[in-house]
Each structure stands twice: as structure tokens, then as C-alpha cells.
Ligand binder design. Structure first.
Ligand code: ASP
Length: 339
């Protein structure tokens, strides 16, 4: 029997058209282009159904409600398809991929996000190759993960980051090897793919977005930090220097963090470096952060840490449980114990 793939088309450059204000989504356009591509109707290709979202979004306009809509859409069609593709803008694709990984609990089938840097309407584009390859992967490889495909690499969604605003190799997963590489052959690197237990698929909803992110820099004022940490904030991704260090000689800064953690704010330290892990026992400027209640995000991307905080706070868990789970791998988003 022919494999079937469900395509959720949420927006993004891939299906955009030129307008006087620049590229913008155009309803109906992508599907008509796909219908006119003979290679998509080759016997080697799976059957697919495409569902266009309304409105189509530039992903810079996406919100957690949109992530939830995608997760629910996949769950609704889960039994009827072998794999799922989410066509999405590249700007916030790593956030959506991270969030879907947490929300889709018990996932057994591939969910692959892709898009392009140049839309399908242009003669020279990266959309065609990305689209054809994800259709083949989603149909033929039973990868039980949320993945992101771009520029010949299949990445774990909750490890991915946008690293290039212009190039075709726009994404990378600096702290985890690609799940697959595509050249003459499609090579899936099975040892890196998570083993999962039996389903069923459950969508864990999102509703609590009272979280924030703060990138440390020399000269950051303690007053600003104190303001950010005020209610209603429940969780903060603190992007520290190097292995997660901060300006711990600044007593006001440290007092602001300590007061917040005592009130139950979960502060997770991620590194500003693209590669490597937080190690809060490496330097005095890190261990002092741990002493005031900051927890390590290890080698999680800031995107994954933000999505995970939203996900965990939406489950109404106790603060201590949220702190524990932020330091524990739930979907392969962090390497535990690699300090
Ligand atoms: N602004 C676009 C978006 O994220 C960029 C892209 O798709 O490449 O929707």
C-alpha cells in the first residue's frame, strides 16, 4: 500500500509570493504549485494531503497558541498517515520544533518541520529539494521524533537552532549529531534516534506563557534584572557566559536572583555559546549562581529551554518538580551528566 503523508502548511517563505512590501504568504498558492510539480506525482513518491492554515503566518508572528494548533492538528490526523510534515517559516521554526517535541507525548511517527530560504515561486530555490526530501523521509522512515530538515540535514527538533539568516544551511544542532544526512543516499543515523515506549499519542496543552529570557552582558544593571523577575514571571532562561557564569561580584544582581528563586521563580542557566554545556561547578562565578537557586540547563538551546518552561508550567507542576525536570532530559533535549 502507498504511504500517506499529512502536510500542515502554516506559512513561511516556502509558499510566499512577491508583493510591494516584500514576500508575503498567499492563500492557495503553494497547493497549486505542488499540484503542478510532476515529480511529486511520481510513483516513487507517497500520497499526500495538504492542509493550509488560515491565516498563513510569517513565523515571526507565531505564538504558543499556534504551536498548540499544530500539535492538535497532528493528533487529529495521527491514525490516518505514516508521517507528518509541518511547512513553517524559518525564523521561529526551532521554537515550534522544540515545543512540538514536548507537547506530542508518546509520538511514534515522524513529524518533520521544514521551510525554505527562497520561496517555491522563484526559479532558483531551496524549497523544492527540502519538500521532496521530507516527503520521502516522512513516508519511509519510522522515526518517532519531531525533526527539522534543512540543507541536507535531518536534526532533532528540540536541539535545533537557526544559525544562518541567508544560507541554505540555515539550521544546525550544535550539541547533538544530525539524525540523518542527505546526499546521493538518504542516511538515517539510527543510533542517535530516541527509543520510545508504546503510545498512545497525547497532546499536552499549553496555556502558561509567563516566562522570559535574559542574555547577560557586562554592565547589565541589577535594577533591570530585578524588574524582569517581578510577578507574573514564573520562569526565566538566563543566558550566561561560557559554562554558565555570571557577574557574581555584583551583590544587587545576586540578591535579585536569590529573592526571585525564594519566591518560586525557576531560573535556568543556558550558555550563550552555540556549543557546549553549562557547568555550574566549573568556576566560582557559576557555583555562586547555583547557591542562589539558579539551575543548570546543561547543553539545552535557549529555544528548547523556553519551550520547555512554557510546557512544564502549563502542567501545573510544583516549582521543585519544574526545577528537577528542567535539568532532566524528557525528549533528548539535553545531555545529562555531561558536565
Ligand atoms: N520570515 C519568514 C518566516 O519565518 C522567514 C522564512 O520563512 O524563511 O516566516
Amino acid at each position: 500500500m502507498k504511504k500517506r503523508v499529512y502536510i500542515a502548511y502554516t506559512g513561511g517563505t516556502i509558499g510566499m509570493q512577491r508583493t510591494i512590501a516584500g514576500y508575503a504568504p498567499a492563500p492557495g498558492y503553494l497547493e497549486s504549485r505542488l499540484n503542478a510539480m510532476p515529480e511529486l506525482h511520481d510513483p516513487a513518491m507517497p500520497d499526500y494531503d495538504i492542509y493550509e492554515y488560515s491565516p498563513l503566518l510569517d513565523s515571526s508572528n507565531m505564538q504558543p497558541d499556534d504551536w498548540l494548533k499544530i500539535a492538535q492538528d497532528i493528533a487529529t490526523h495521527y491514525a490516518d498517515y505514516d508521517g507528518f510534515i509541518v511547512l513553517h517559516g524559518t525564523d521561529t521554526m526551532a521554537y515550534t520544533a522544540s515545543s512540538l517535541a514536548f507537547m506530542l507525548q508518546g509520538l511514534q511517527k515522524p513529524v518533520i518541520l521544514t521551510g525554505s530560504q527562497i520561496p517555491l515561486c522563484e526559479v532558483r530555490n531551496d524549497a523544492r529539494e527540502n519538500l521532496i526530501t521530507v516527503l520521502l523521509i516522512a513516508a519511509n522512515y519510522a522515526i518517532p521524533e519531531v525533526c527539522l530538515y534543512f540543507g541536507d540535514k535531518l536534526l532533532r527538533g528540540c536541539r535545533s537552532v537557526k544559525v544562518n539568516a541567508m544560507g541554505f544551511e540555515a539550521f544546525d544542532s550544535p550539541n547533538y549529531p544530525p539524525l540523518g544526512t542527505v546526499g546521493i543516499d538518504i542516511n538515517i543515523h539510527w543510533p542517535y534516534i530516541r527509543r520510545v515506549g508504546p503510545g498512545p499519542l497525547t497532546v499536552m496543552p499549553l496555556h502558561d506563557t509567563r516566562i522570559g529570557a535574559l542574555r547577560l552582558f557586562p554592565g547589565l544593571s541589577a535594577e533591570i534584572v530585578r524588574n524582569i523577575l517581578q510577578p507574573p514571571l514564573k520562569g526565566l532562561v538566563l543566558e550566561g557566559f561560557g559554562v554558565g557564569n555570571g557577574p557574581t561580584d555584583d551583590g544587587d544582581f545576586m540578591a535579585a536572583l536569590h529573592e526571585a528563586t525564594l519566591r518560586g521563580v525557576v531560573i535556568v542557566d543556558c550558555t550563550q555559546c552555540l556549543k557546549g554545556s553549562v557547568n555550574l561547578s566549573g568556576y566560582a562565578t557559576g557555583s555562586a549562581l547555583a547557591q542562589v537557586g539558579v539551575v543548570s540547563g546543561y547543553d539545552m538551546t535557549a529555544e528548547a529551554a523556553l519551550a520547555k518552561l512554557i510546557y512544564l508550567f502549563s502542567q501545573e507542576l510544583l516549582v521543585e518538580r519544574v526545577r528537577f525536570l528542567m535539568q532532566t532530559s524528557m525528549r533528548g533535549e539535553l545531555s545529562e551528566g555531561k558536565l
